[in-house]
Design a protein around this ligand. Sequence first.
Ligand code: PLP
Length: 406
Amino acid sequence: MTSVANLTAPAVQEAEQYTAHNYHPLPVVIAEAEGAWVTDVDGRRYLDCLAGYSALNFGHRHPALIAAAHEQLDRVTLTSRAFLHDQFGPFCRELARLAGKDLVLPMNSGAEAVETAIKVSRKWGYKVKGVPDGRATIIVADGNFHGRTTTIVSFSTDPEARADYGPYTPGFVVVPYGDLDALAAAIDDTTVAVLLEPIQGEAGVLVPPRGYLPGVRRLCTERGVLFVADEIQSGLGRTGATFACDDEQVVPDMYVLGKALGGGIVPVSAVAANREILGVLRPGEHGSTFGGNPLACAVARAVIGLLETGEPQARAREVGARLHERLAGLVGQGLTAVRGRGLWAGIDIDPALMTGREASVRLMARGVLAKDTHGSTLRLAPPLVVTAEEIDVAVDALAEVLRSAA
Ligand SMILES: Cc1ncc(COP(=O)(O)O)c(C=O)c1O
């Protein structure tokens, strides 16, 4: 399609003028999207290799998800939790089954689900484990990213995310990610939970050493501590399994889910755990006006339906193998390292060549949208509907970007 006017520049300018600058978006203004592709206001098409930070695992406007949303929009969209609705019970039952847990507590954003996990862990610590009131601690990992609330940034180790937001919430202990000895040494009688990402996304798709997650599971069981897995970004098909923990047959005590659960349509998050943990909550002790609303539940049920077929997970494995095979070929050709699993890759660009931001700008010029993270690291997380040929398009574009800078 030929562009008749430059609509991008004024749209970028308007956003710059009227928005708080808490993001630094690429100068692309998206108007339409389908599957793995987006189209900007000037008619240019881009392959989406970020997928809304994994919120779009099933692609843009997946027909089954859009149909579920349309159908629900025509019936009822919001009731609040003061009443029940006919999507609520089925959603909770189906998500509990997918997670292999007794109970589900729905919220909206990922950060709210993490907050829920923190509150439930502390309450469990006081009511079940018998930790003295006000003394509960939660162990987290260096390099973590669990969201943006004041409590969550209190235990971030990223100065950008944390600085100037104090006073900080106490009760968190930070240990190096991937280090079982450090974790074992940090657990004491006040520890109620270990909260971890099974693969650290924001940190650059860091995969812990093999044996780490089973080791965390073992330590938590031995020491009477909850293992809380934040699968908000790693879960729901991204790594080639329903949960990233599945890769080492690890079952945490609590799953924290979000992003893709809302099918790229509405924010839906949840925690899933067994009755002896989530059962500590009583009416009035926690909640959310929009959490578990009819539209959210209807879309999330359709998401669960897709995951139950196993197809998105299989595609992430198959097409992800292609992605990693192609990226491995660029190590030494402008890349210094590649990490990840399934359709998820953290790519370290030789810092002598360019920053991650520069790489994402140059990829955009070649029709591929990706996002940098710290320094010279780039993240690739295309929707799981991407084809092997489209992966070749993305990796060929990256190869050109690296060659042109060499
Ligand atoms: C692992 C993880 N946890 C929590 C969050 C926060 O989710 P939200 O932005 O929906 O609050 C994110 C978002 O990137 C994440 O990657």
